[in-house]
Design a protein around this ligand. Structure first.
Ligand code: SF4
Length: 364
């Protein structure tokens, strides 16, 4: 047994005792079925716990089980996800749910290998579901766990490397207690989320494994974990057009593939257009512009690309229809029926609609 494994095995008992007394009360922990754990874990990959709670409640309230998710119409599904971003994740969830309906008796599997074979499920999510809902002794290594274990072991290996993650999964396989794998994995994640914090100093003085932790003893937490810098994001300049008459606003559907696939958007185009160019673009959809006014600049950051947006509000003559794939609809319908991603949030106020989480604020 390596030094590392020995050190980590010693950590199991104090960590589990600490978790028993310090676990946060979270909605998905009340009834940790495979479906509940899965939905929460996918949501938590992109958003903080507090922000996930209302999304989770609404999602589970509307789609209470695998069968409901498998049969949900796409637009409704995307609406439920609106504001969380990474829409391919929810599309993959639906594909996985459809496989579960066809092949696993309508139930979410709890076996690690079976979970890994489903779309959108990697080793972390498979490990979380299999250990928490299935009681299988498999690791669930996410960013929190990579940080905590690197610090405890004083490891300066680059956690951005897949090989480092795999090595940690193998080590943890020897460490996970067979009688409490779900609690062990959750305890590690919880320690990372509430004590062994990523930015600024970790709270070592209240850490249950300080006596075993290399970084806690020698202060190397200030540079551990080591993570190689990612490639800088590509910057894209775009112009967004808020095209309105007194009753309608223009939206259109994005292509079926690529960024924000299949969602709706405000008409927009590459580059920063002048007022004159923006008027021409508006006319190209078959509209007759009356007035144009520049709006504030906005920025939206995706994982690999950053949009730097210029906006125009263009008032046009009343008409029923438009060309170029544009839907000219009442703004309330946009809020209700057409999922528009948060990237357009800065300009949505000119349609008098709210996007994502915003629109539920005064509806309880
Ligand atoms: S002692 Fe400090 S650095 Fe080590 S695991 Fe605990 S909080 Fe993290």
């Amino acid at each position: 047994m390596t030094e590392e494994t020995k050190r980590l095995k010693e950590m199991v008992s104090p960590l589990l005792s600490w978790f028993a007394g310090n676990a946060r009360k979270l909605p998905w922990r009340d009834d940790p079925t495979a479906y509940h754990v899965w939905v929460s874990e996918i949501m938590l990959q992109q958003t903080r716990v507090e922000a996930v709670k209302p999304f989770y409640a609404r999602f589970i309230g509307t789609l209470p089980d695998v069968k409901a998710l498998a049969g949900c119409p796409e637009d409704q599904l995307l609406k439920l996800w609106e504001g969380l971003g990474y829409y391919n994740r929810v599309r993959n969830m639906q594909k996985a749910a459809q496989i579960a309906v066809e092949s696993y008796d309508g139930k979410m599997p709890t076996d690690y290998g079976t979970l890994l074979s489903l779309p959108g499920i990697g080793s972390y999510t498979a490990g979380a579901v299999a250990s928490i809902a299935g009681g299988q002794a498999v690791p669930a290594v996410d960013g929190n766990v990579l940080r905590v274990i690197s610090r405890i072991c004083g490891s300066e290996a680059d956690i951005a490397k897949q090989s480092v993650k795999r090595g940690m999964e193998e080590t943890l396989l020897e460490v996970i207690p067979a009688d409490a794998p779900g609690s062990f994995n959750q305890a590690l994640m919880e320690l990372g989320a509430t004590v062994c914090l990523p930015n600024g100093a970790p709270e070592c003085s209240r850490c249950p494994v300080l006596h075993l932790c290399m970084a806690g003893k020698n202060g190397s937490w200030d540079h551990i974990p080591v993570k190689a810098a990612k490639k800088p994001r590509r910057v894209e300049q775009r112009t967004v057009l808020v095209i309105r008459d007194s009753e309608h606003a223009a939206v259109r559907r994005r292509p079926k593939k690529g960024l924000l696939a299949g969602l709706y958007e405000l008409p927009n185009t590459e580059g920063h257009l002048t007022q004159e160019q923006a008027l021409k673009e508006t006319a190209s959809f078959g509209f007759s512009p009356i007035r144009i006014r520049p709006l504030e600049d906005a920025k939206h950051i995706f994982s690999h690309v950053e949009w730097q947006m210029k906006g125009y509000l263009v008032l046009v003559e009343e008409q029923e229809e438009a060309g170029g794939g544009i839907l000219f609809v009442e703004p309330e319908r946009t809020e209700r029926d057409y999922p528009i991603p948060a990237a357009f949030a800065a300009y949505a106020k000119y349609l008098k609609i709210r996007l994502g989480q915003e629109k539920y604020k005064d509806k309880g």
